[in-house]
Write a protein that binds this ligand. Structure first.
Ligand code: DC
Length: 218
């Protein structure tokens, strides 16, 4: 049996960056579950379905969604870039609020997480996808710091965005993700809260590796 690490937290708290770096350093598998909700959102937009209507998402069960080494593939097509577009950001909270969509993706995620040492990041990993995880971390950072990070992501990928709009979008998404009925973003009782507002990526990784080693030594 491998070590299972669950990392949850709000938008732009650093989950995906930290998880990817950790996985590389430790040689573990990493599953970014947010990218799967984003992929379904992208396909729903392309199909031009009525996004508000849950019954139009029956296509999800026929999609072949795979996440491997930082790339997300849908039916063999690499959509890693498209899923970061603002139009996907704006709609992914709605799409991920539908119980039937969540059911399909959670089944997929549980299966993907059942192999060896793995880091799974998302919103409901410690509570729903891997309640049996060996270590659960709930990553947070102040809204201003998260805005700064998301803003820099956009700028670095050549996009022109307004800082205040980035902050507003983050706050709207946090609210939707935390208040939805089906598996909302919530810290599992046994998760360790890690505030990264004043930590660099390296410091955060160091702190998590220490927590993993402490757990293994128990
Ligand atoms: O981590 P992210 O920003 O890529 O996630 C995109 C959206 O997907 C997020 O707004 C909420 C949803 N999500 C979810 O509901 N459950 C997960 N396990 C992961 C993401």
């Amino acid at each position: 049996m491998g070590f299972k690490l669950a990392i949850d937290g709000p938008a732009a708290s650093g989950k995906s960056t930290i998880s990817a770096r950790l996985a590389k350093e430790l040689g573990w598998e990493h599953i970014d579950t947010g990218s799967m909700y984003r992929a379904v959102t992208l396909i729903a937009l392309e199909k031009k379905i009525n996004l508000e209507n849950e019954s139009e998402y029956s296509f999800v069960k026929d999609l072949d969604i795979k996440y491997h080494k930082g790339r997300i593939l849908v039916d063999g097509r690499d959509v890693s870039k498209e899923i970061r577009e603002p139009i996907v950001n704006e709609n992914v909270s709605l799409v991920s609020s539908f119980p039937s969509v969540r059911r399909e993706l959670v089944t997929l995620q549980k299966k993907a997480a059942s192999v060896g040492n793995v880091i799974v990041d998302g919103r409901d990993i410690g509570t729903v996808v891997m309640p049996e995880a060996d270590l659960k971390i709930f990553l947070i950072a102040s809204v201003d710091e998260r805005t700064r990070r998301r803003y820099l992501d956009f700028i670095n990928s050549g996009k022109v965005v307004d800082l205040n709009k980035v902050k507003e979008d983050l706050q709207i998404r946090d609210k939707k993700d935390s208040t939805r009925k089906e598996s909302p973003l919530i810290k599992a009782d046994d998760a360790i809260l890690l505030d990264t507002s004043d930590l660099s990526i390296d410091e955060t990784i160091e702190a998590i590796i220490k927590l993993i080693n402490d757990k293994r030594g128990e």
